[in-house]
Design a protein around this ligand. Sequence first.
Ligand SMILES: Nc1nc2c(ncn2[C@@H]2O[C@H](COP(=O)(O)OP(=O)(O)OP(=O)(O)O)[C@@H](O)[C@H]2O)c(=O)[nH]1
Ligand SMILES: [Mg+2]
Length: 228
Amino acid sequence: MPGIGAIGARCRHRPRRRPVHEWESGGEASRASGEGALETAIWSFQFRLIVLGDSTVGKSCLLHRFTEGRFPGPRHAEPTVGVDFFSRLLEIEPGKRIKLQLWDTAGQERFRSITRSYYRNSVGGLLVFDITNRSSFEHVYDWLDEGKMHAEPFQIVFILVGHKCDLETERQVSREEAEELASNCGMRYIETSAKDAINVEESFMILTRDIYELVKKGEISVRDGGKG
Ligand SMILES: Nc1nc2c(ncn2[C@@H]2O[C@H](COP(=O)(O)OP(=O)(O)OP(=O)(O)O)[C@@H](O)[C@H]2O)c(=O)[nH]1
Ligand SMILES: [Mg+2]
């Protein structure tokens, strides 16, 4: 990781549809130092994103696909213990790179006390359900409540992700009802497959661009030099 201050993203809670955010930042200007110079570094902002959802919906595979370009074989698909960390640079427009710090949380209830402590430091979240698993969709409201409660007094910008869209014949949640739920909760909706590499890049890109637009509009304020 380059020797550059990190950005933490925070959203101040306000009774309005769009959250107002407060941020720590590594500074607008790109900087390089030490080992970071090797990366000729390179990013304008650093966003912390959290990935949430029931166990087995495919959160870790989504992150492996996004950060390493591969789908882990069945032997490597182990439930996450607590929280895992990934990162990647994303170029959202020519010359504008965002460093993403990605927190992959365990969906299993027994790790909830650990995963809860990661909400407050996240500006964005991918709320993932499995389109072939109806109960994972029914738990979306619970995950949203969990996110809201533990991010207070800030808010997280969420995108709803219907995962495993390669399994169309096993679908238990229609695209229409997922879109309706997302719209009711002020989220975008996208369907992805880590297995077939469908919309994985796009899901992170859309969320990152939305957050970046909020930064540009001043709805997310940026703090300089935080370590995250
Ligand atoms: N068909 C299909 N299977 C997938 C896809 N993504 C993940 N899987 C499978 O879903 C299972 C669970 O994947 P994980 O990524 O470990 O699930 P998780 O949400 O991280 O689970 P926890 O860590 O317990 O919260 C594994 O058997 C994966 O191979 C996908 O896009 N398509
Ligand atoms: Mg996992």
